[in-house]
Design a protein around this ligand. Structure first.
Ligand code: ATP
Length: 645
């Protein structure tokens, strides 16, 4: 609670003021009951000559005054607590967002954006209920219970004791439900609820898989089981645990009859003034009606406290996320060369290091390709340059300076990165590309788009570069999105580029354009080459790299130029041989039904960015599945048409 209130800053005091006003309002709300006691007393004193009771109207006005004052005080109290609660929620959102802005970018790889959004937004919202309503209501209820204790003994302590007995028994019942095993039940209930929500989300996300693989709903056994678990727990809690204490509690708290009436019947014969006794009895009968309200309010606070505790835990876990430490005395890189100096890195919680003693250099203006088997550590190595993560050992240097000693803003300004998980904002194409350099003019954005081979994309969009991406009917393919990302990187005009050459999802035409855009990005604006560290998934793109670093199991298996590595006859040479074989096989459609024949294509022809890589790949991708071949045959397609298909 203290930490939660700290989020409200100076407005924290308003919470206390609000709670105090709510408590006073509750005490003032006793006023009408006291007035009723006066009315009863006066009427009984003059009975049956009712007209003789002169002050009834005055008591009425007083009662109305107390009621109105109580409402006004409560309203003012709620105003105060709401102001504090809103400030608290907005500060919580700001602080978590600010923290996330300083968090290492790798954190977002391992933490889903939806879950983070729920923490930033949802958790803040879920504390509002506690601070704005539950807290002042509880203060009011506590004041009400204390006030009640006083009231019980002001008029007739014996009748008061009879009412108190009901309250005590009711409280004991509630404590049984809420404490001990009841609390265990409650914790299990909450956990079960969370599990059901989680598996529910997974279920919804997995619907496409279910449809594609024609699985039935029952394949999502985890979700089904979670619902069953929750149902069982809720039933057990309600039936086995709460039923008796709740029934008892309700009976005593609402049943004036159980204690008050028998007590009154026992006491009445010995009373000297029956009139006064009846007035007291009338008071307690009416007054005891507010006891259940006070008790219920106190009961619900525990629910709100639990929700807020859970929210605070989640917020704290985000606030504990590692941040990119800015150096106290930042250094300025001398040039744009990248150097990996005995770099090791282990992901948090992983047993094996993702990189072990990796060393290589990317001279300024050079293009270095990282290749190797899947899981070798290529993405990890590239991520260390823009400080998505910080190394566990060794150092990554830019211009001779450890990246950890460069001001993070300076580092981000020098490095442009294009990764596979490309993100577009739901904004216009113009704004999306301009995100790299907000002050860029429209013409500069257009030039960057053109350099990234995006002219055809812009042409087909209904409002050109002002079309909002993701709006109704505006769909961009994976390859098109990647070209927009490249335009963004080109516009940024950073001297160092880290890119993940992932064209796996691009069709041949898109791929050719992406290759051309890569080439344009690597060249730099003034024709001066940029320093490029490229993760290469396809060997077609690495032949002309100045250096190829082969990563296997997180270590540098070998490094050198294409020719050097081929001459070595190691892992790269084997990978290249496999690649060449894949390129060399061209299976043509065969109308005569004979087995397709391999046609050798010179895989070493062509350079990266002039589109000839496209023709190579197109040859490689000209494999036609038996089904497609049958279709082609059916259409009477020729060999070349089959190839085009
Ligand atoms: N966020 C992470 N947490 C824990 N381990 C990770 C994480 N990301 C990657 N790894 C592990 O680190 C190792 C290197 O992974 P990395 O993604 O760098 O390989 P890669 O060579 O880029 O693979 P690919 O070519 O398939 O993309 C793998 O063993 C992988 O399982």
């Amino acid at each position: 609670m203290a930490q939660l209130l700290d989020f409200a800053g100076p407005r924290k005091a308003l919470t206390y003021v609000g709670c105090a006003l709510s408590a006073i309002s509750m005490l003032v709300s006793f006023g009408p009951y006291i007035c009723i006691w006066f009315v009863a007393r006066d009427l009984i004193a003059v009975a049956p000559n009712w007209g003789a009771a002169a002050n009834i109207a005055v008591y009425g006005w007083w009662a109305l005054g107390f009621a109105v004052l109580s409402i006004l005080l409560y309203f003012a109290g709620l105003m105060c607590t709401h102001l504090a609660a809103f400030r608290c929620a907005s500060n919580m959102r700001k602080q978590t967002t600010e923290h996330l802005m300083r968090t290492s970018l790798g954190y977002f790889d391992t933490h889903a954006s939806g879950a983070l959004r729920r923490v930033v937004d949802g958790c803040a919202a879920s504390t509002e209920g506690l601070l704005a309503h539950k807290l002042p209501d509880t203060a009011g209820s506590v004041a009400m219970i204390l006030g009640m204790l006083v009231m019980f003994f002001v008029f007739d302590w014996r009748l008061g004791l009879a009412c108190l007995a009901a309250v005590v028994i009711s409280m004991l019942c509630m404590m049984k439900m809420m404490g001990g095993r009841g609390m265990d039940f409650m914790t299990k209930y909450q956990e079960s609820l969370v599990r059901m929500n989680k598996t529910g989300t997974e279920y919804v996300r997995g619907i496409p898989v279910v449809k594609v693989f024609q699985q039935t709903v029952y394949s999502f056994k985890a979700f089904h089981d979670a619902i069953q678990d929750f149902t069982q727990l809720a039933q057990d809690y309600a039936v086995k645990w709460c039923q008796k204490p709740q029934a008892l509690s309700l009976t005593f708290i609402n049943g004036v009859v159980v204690f008050l009436v028998p007590t009154a019947i026992l006491l009445a014969p010995g009373e000297q003034s029956l009139g006064a006794f009846l007035a007291n009895f009338a008071f307690y009968t009416i007054f005891s009606a507010i006891i259940p309200t006070a008790m219920t309010r106190v009961m619900f606070i525990s629910d709100a406290v639990q929700t807020s505790t859970d929210a605070m835990n989640r917020v704290n876990s985000v606030l504990a996320a590692p941040v990119i430490e800015a150096p106290a005395a930042p250094k300025v890189p001398a040039g744009n060369a990248i150097a990996f100096d005995d770099v090791s890195f282990t992901y948090e919680g992983a047993e094996e290091p993702a990189l072990s003693h990796v060393s290589f250099e990317v001279p300024a203006g050079a293009t270095v390709a990282l290749v190797g088997p899947s899981g070798g550590g290529k993405t990890t190595a590239a991520s260390l340059v823009p400080r998505f993560w910080d190394v566990s050992g060794g150092a990554v240097r830019l211009g001779g300076v450890d990246v950890r000693e460069i001001d993070p803003h300076d580092l981000m300004g020098r490095v442009a990165f294009v990764f596979q998980a490309n993100r577009l904002f739901k904004q216009s194409v113009l704004e999306n590309v301009r995100a790299a350099r907000p002050e860029a003019t429209r013409e500069e954005v257009l030039a960057a788009l053109s350099a990234a081979q995006c002219d055809d994309i812009v042409e087909k969009l209904p409002q050109g570069i002002d079309t909002v991406v993701g709006a109704d009917g505006v769909y961009l393919s994976g390859g098109e999105v990647q070209r927009l990302m490249l335009a963004r990187a080109i516009l940024k005009d950073a001297p160092v580029v880290v890119l993940d050459e992932a064209t796996a999802f691009a069709d041949p035409e898109n791929e050719a354009k992406i290759q051309a855009a890569f080439g344009r990005l690597a060249r730099g604006s003034g024709g001066e080459p940029r320093t490029v560290l490229m993760i290469a998934h396809r060997l077609s793109t690495v032949r002309n790299a100045d250096l190829i670093v082969v990563l296997e199991h997180g270590r540098v298996a070998e490094q050198g130029t294409h020719d050097e590595l081929l001459a070595k006859g190691g892992l790269y040479a084997r990978m290249w041989a496999d690649y060449e074989q894949a390129v060399a096989w061209r299976i043509t459609s065969d109308t005569s039904g004979k087995t397709a024949a391999p046609v050798t294509v010179n895989a070493s022809e062509g350079s990266e960015c002039d589109g000839s890589a496209y023709s190579q790949e197109r040859s490689a991708s000209a494999y036609v599945s038996p089904q497609r071949r049958a279709e082609a045959t059916h259409r009477g397609a020729s060999d070349s048409e089959g190839g085009e298909a």
